[in-house]
Design a protein around this ligand. Structure first.
Ligand code: PGA
Length: 235
């Protein structure tokens, strides 16, 4: 089974030229990996013809209509996008509720795109030993009324909020506890880890059993291909 490595470029880079430059630095030709490139919306088209998997970082919950500034799943699909990241903590922080995420998931699945659903607890919740409670609540609400048959199209990314963009990754053994918890509920779903993944720790998460990684800032570094290689070379 191929490991999924999601490169979340967030709101980077600032020009199409730079995006193409970054793209050229990535080696996508790995046998045991599926690399999903998630650039900002304006750059998706530039990579439409590249033989890689593309992901969007968000989308709207309606299929069409008068919604100024929004992007529909079908637009993304027509750009060659295969995946959509939903529920990222940076969007939850901006006010996206589980109810909204649930609507988005439904529309994305209806348009036959895969979902990378991010869930994770905040630092205070971890300290108060509420991690599993928080994750369960997020999943219950985010996946409400999603037919069982559609669940395999959802990848779940465990992203502890305190580990994202902090250079404070979740220790792999601690992340493994969450992985086992999630696998018990969703044995058939791919479970990824995200949060300060770098060249040193990437393979450790795969070794404890994660099906892939969601890599943020490190996916913008020139060493990103070395990270990919380190996973490809695992037995
Ligand atoms: P990070 O971001 O790797 O920079 O912590 C993770 C993410 O994009 O969620």
């Amino acid at each position: 089974m191929k490991k999924i490595i999601v490169a979340n470029w967030k709101m980077n880079p600032q020009s199409l030229e730079e995006a193409k430059k970054l793209f050229r630095k990535i080696n996508f030709s790995f046998k045991k990996l599926e690399v999903v490139l998630c650039p900002p919306f304006p750059f998706l088209l530039a990579f439409k013809k590249a033989k890689i998997k593309l992901g969007a970082q968000n989308c709207f919950f309606e299929e069409k209509g008068a919604f100024t500034g929004e992007v529909s799943p079908l637009m993304l699909k027509n750009l060659g996008t295969n995946y959509v990241i939903l529920g990222h903590s940076e969007r939850r922080e901006m006010g996206e509720s589980d109810e909204l995420i649930n609507r988005k998931i439904k529309t994305v699945l209806k348009n036959k795109l895969k979902v990378i659903l991010c869930i994770g607890e905040k630092e205070i919740e971890r300290k108060e030993k509420k991690t599993f409670f928080v994750l369960k609540k997020q999943l219950e609400k985010d996946l409400k009324n999603i037919p069982f048959s559609q669940l395999p199209s959802i990848l779940i990314a465990y992203e502890p909020v305190w580990a994202i963009g902090t250079k404070n990754p979740c220790p792999p053994e601690m992340a493994k506890e969450v992985l086992l918890f999630l696998k018990k509920i969703f044995p058939k779903n791919k479970i990824l880890y995200g949060g300060s993944v770098n060249l040193e720790n990437a393979k450790e998460y795969i070794k404890v059993g994660f099906d892939g990684l969601l890599v943020g800032s490190f996916s913008l570094k020139k060493e990103f291909s070395l990270l990919l290689k380190s996973i490809e070379n695992l037995n």
